[in-house]
Design a protein around this ligand. Structure first.
Ligand code: FE2
Ligand code: FE2
Length: 352
């Protein structure tokens, strides 16, 4: 029984594509017009149907209904790139569409989906658990010392160096506590971003520490609001927003440097003055704050919550790009290689 399924309307024509995918994982090939009597579920399904007639789409829909689990991924190979084919892909719930001519992109995409569906490397799990334990021990009390935070910062920085940000994200997304998950995602992204920007060890430490501390004020927000499984109402949102000023005063009373205070207070400020708590504009917002804000917004989008699926990396980055004018566009451009691989740039235009 294979978890990976390749469905085609012409098995002979599709042979080259199928063999390429078979070299990545144990794909089984099914003929759309002659599927086996005994069907089984598949976590990754590649649709390689060239003639998208009404009959073919109906058969594909029926087949997917029987073999695709709720979180199953569908990669739709496009043999003609027109609005009709794309509409079918969308209706059928495709995770991504890839042009039939682009075998390399198809291979990279499928390889990534196979890795994503597999288990997280043990080393990344160990590093992430260490960092989460640090948060549990220190952040839950709200009483932090600069020395403790320096140790926690090193745990995250070393973890990103050893496991890479991609495995870190996968490991951290397993955590139930939404705030721990968020803080560790943002800190890991900040570490990877500082690495991409070739920051010195000292500057990298500063960036990771700032990311680790940015939401410390949330320890003063009631957990019923922090962990609410859904949208906050206006009153709850007002309480949530106090975390910025609360974080600032907590860190100020515990001897942290000014740069950390600024990040805790201002990471929700926007360049156009639409942010909070002070409605700062442009040059009033320091570079370190801007950098953490980029990681913060991206981290919030890719979090895994019980009530919603995480946004894909391509879609989350597109949100950042659309926020130009509110967040620093130069930093967003520089952030791209942290979260989008060069090959994904090729297919980002095709991702749904
Ligand atoms: Fe925040
Ligand atoms: Fe945050």
């Amino acid at each position: 029984m294979s978890e990976f399924l390749f469905v085609s309307d012409d098995i002979v024509r599709a042979g080259r594509r199928f063999r390429a995918l078979q070299s990545l994982a144990a794909f089984t090939i099914w003929d759309l017009y002659d599927p086996p009597a005994l069907l089984h579920q598949a976590s990754i399904i590649v649709s390689d149907v060239s003639e998208l007639s009404a009959d073919a789409v109906s058969r594909l829909r029926t087949l997917l209904g029987r073999v695709r689990p709720p979180n199953g991924r569908l990669v739709f190979v496009l043999h003609e790139d027109g609005p009709r084919a794309r509409a079918y892909a969308e209706v059928l719930g495709a995770t991504a569409v890839v042009p039939a001519s682009d075998l390399k992109t198809l291979s990279v995409l499928v390889e990534r989906l196979v890795v994503e569906g597999g288990s997280v490397p043990l080393s990344a799990q160990v590093h992430a658990t260490r960092a989460r334990n640090f948060l549990r021990e220190t952040f839950s009390t709200g009483i932090l010392t600069p020395d403790e935070v320096a140790n926690g910062t090193e745990v995250v920085a070393q973890a990103i160096g050893a496991s890479g940000v991609y495995n870190w994200i996968r490991a951290v997304r397993e955590f139930d506590d939404a705030t721990h998950q968020h803080i560790l995602l943002v800190a890991g992204l900040a570490a990877a971003f500082a690495g991409t920007l070739c920051f010195s060890a000292i500057d990298r430490h500063t960036v990771v520490k700032a990311a680790l501390l940015h939401d410390v004020g949330k320890t003063r927000v009631p957990t019923a609001i922090l962990n609410k499984p859904g949208k906050l109402d206006a009153a709850e949102m007002a309480v949530m927003r106090t975390h910025a000023a609360e974080g600032y005063s907590m860190l100020a009373s515990q001897g942290f440097e000014d740069a950390m205070l600024r990040v805790a207070r201002s990471h929700h400020e926007m360049l156009d003055g639409s942010g909070y708590p002070d409605g700062l504009r442009g040059a009033d917002i320091p570079d370190l704050v801007r950098l953490v804000t980029v990681c913060d917004i991206y981290g919030a989008l890719i979090e895994r919550r019980p009530y919603r699926s995480p946004v894909s990396n391509v879609s989350a980055f597109a949100v950042l790009e659309r926020m130009a004018g509110r967040i620093d566009p130069d930093l967003v451009r520089a952030f791209k290689p942290v979260v989008i691989s060069p090959i994904e740039e090729g297919f980002s235009a095709f991702a749904i």
